[in-house]
Design a protein around this ligand. Structure first.
Ligand SMILES: [Zn+2]
Length: 211
């Protein structure tokens, strides 16, 4: 059984979804491909053609990370235009969207109406009222390292539905097993059952896990 790393930037790591860099050659395992909102001004149409092609790859299981970021110095309208194009691509490929969102949750909830595929907010570490709102709108949430330290977040994870949850390292270096143990403990589950539930959740990606 593997500790599936839902979103990470560690090329070559097995059991997880690698976030492919723009123009990068894919690894052997699963990956996601998309434009981070940081790239809203920098991406070229040529790169978008690359994304359209690479997203057909059988190991490309999701579009992303993509989304909206209120802390970067790029107009909302410009970020939203790129986000919308990626939602349309995800609909076309029928692959879920891995979302990067900073301070733009109500907008992301609004954009969800355009998506015909599941949306997963990665690296979630925000307040309970935001999380409740996302939960009400049927988002999946992926939690990372913050759960190990943030007591409020721990309290939230405790009550968040296990069938809507993923765990990830993102770009951090730490032992993912510790996060699985922490979440299992919070939810009063044993780690094996948590792993099994997350494998079950991964069915939204139409991927079969190599055991
Ligand atoms: Zn990331």
């Amino acid at each position: 059984m593997a500790y599936f790393d839902f979103h990470h930037h560690h090329f070559g790591k097995q059991a997880g979804i690698y976030n492919l860099g723009v123009g990068e050659s894919p690894p052997n395992g699963f990956f996601s491909a998309g434009f981070h909102p940081d790239l809203s001004l920098k991406f070229s149409e040529e790169q978008f053609v690359w994304l359209r092609e690479i997203s057909k790859h059988e190991n490309c299981v999701a579009i992303g990370e993509c989304g909206l970021d209120g802390l970067i110095n790029i107009d909302d309208a410009i970020q939203e235009a790129l986000f919308k194009r990626q939602i349309e691509l995800a609909n076309k490929r029928q692959k879920p969207l891995i979302i990067h969102c900073v301070r733009r949750f109500s907008q992301v909830i609004h954009f969800q109406k355009k998506a015909k595929v599941p949306m997963i907010i990665h690296g979630f570490n925000k307040r309970k009222n935001i999380a409740d709102d996302l939960q009400k709108h049927d988002f999946y949430l992926s939690f990372g390292k913050s759960v190990l330290q943030n007591v409020n977040l721990q309290e939230f994870v405790k009550h968040f539905p296990t069938d809507k949850l993923f765990l990830e390292t993102d770009d951090a270096e730490f032992d993912l097993q510790l996060l699985y143990q922490k979440v299992a403990e919070l939810k009063n589950l044993n780690v094996e059952n948590l792993i099994l539930q997350i494998e079950e959740n991964l069915k939204i990606f139409n991927i079969s896990l190599i055991k």
